[in-house]
Design a binder for this molecule. Structure first.
Ligand SMILES: CC(C)(COP(=O)(O)OP(=O)(O)OC[C@H]1O[C@@H](n2cnc3c(N)ncnc32)[C@H](O)[C@@H]1OP(=O)(O)O)[C@@H](O)C(=O)NCCC(=O)NCCS
Length: 164
């Protein structure tokens, strides 16, 4: 388990260099690494919270974004009142296998629980992580697997608090 500091910032709080480094890492992981050809940067980047960790050179080694599905949709999600989502979960190749992915997902869940009124977190998860990264964080699969961006996905749900 690494002790790298975790940052959580809105788009306006990011420095231009941080934003550059975030887009570099997402491009490396999803476009170069997974060969996803769908547009990677989108308008959700303007309204989400960006959670990331850097190395000593400022390189973003781990990243995810989280946002209110009651207000915003993207290619993977419809507007869903009461739910937040986590997406673009990425750890650079050089930093994988040390628990960093698990840590950023756990930090995101805690941040959403503490800072929002969300009843649950709904994600579109790559199926190969269903029982490891996401299942062990408490997410439960709903429905059948489906293709998204050419990769098998499952819808997963984590209840934070009962509907009031
Ligand atoms: C998925 C990813 C974020 C994991 O980062 P990481 O720092 O290596 O993850 P961790 O070391 O914290 O491992 C967390 C869990 O994920 C599992 N995991 C990681 N890579 C895996 C793989 N290729 N296949 C299956 N499980 C994997 C680990 O085994 C671990 O589960 P375990 O405790 O049951 O062993 C990273 O591999 C990545 O960026 N992948 C490409 C992008 C991607 O798939 N993002 C997720 C989109 S939904």
């Amino acid at each position: 388990m690494t002790d790298h500091k975790i940052f959580i910032k809105t788009f306006d709080e990011l420095t231009t260099l941080e934003l550059h480094n975030i887009y570099l890492t997402r491009g490396l992981v999803f476009t170069v690494g997974q060969q996803i050809t769908e547009q990677e940067i989108d308008d959700v980047d303007l309204v989400c919270h960006h959670l990331f960790s850097t190395n000593d050179d400022g390189k973003v080694i781990a990243y995810l974004r989280m946002y209110d599905l009651g207000k915003y949709a993207d290619d993977s999600h419809e507007i869903t009142p009461g739910a937040w989502t986590i997406g673009r979960v990425a750890v650079l190749n050089e930093a994988r296998g040390t628990g960093l992915g698990r840590r950023i997902v756990a930090e995101a869940i805690e941040w959403i629980r503490e800072h929002t009124e969300a009843e649950r977190i709904e994600i579109s998860a790559q199926k190969y992580l269903e029982h490891s990264l996401y299942g062990k964080a408490g997410f439960v699969t709903e429905g059948e697997a489906y293709q998204e961006a050419g990769i098998e996905h499952v819808h997963m749900n984590l209840v934070l608090r009962e509907n009031r």
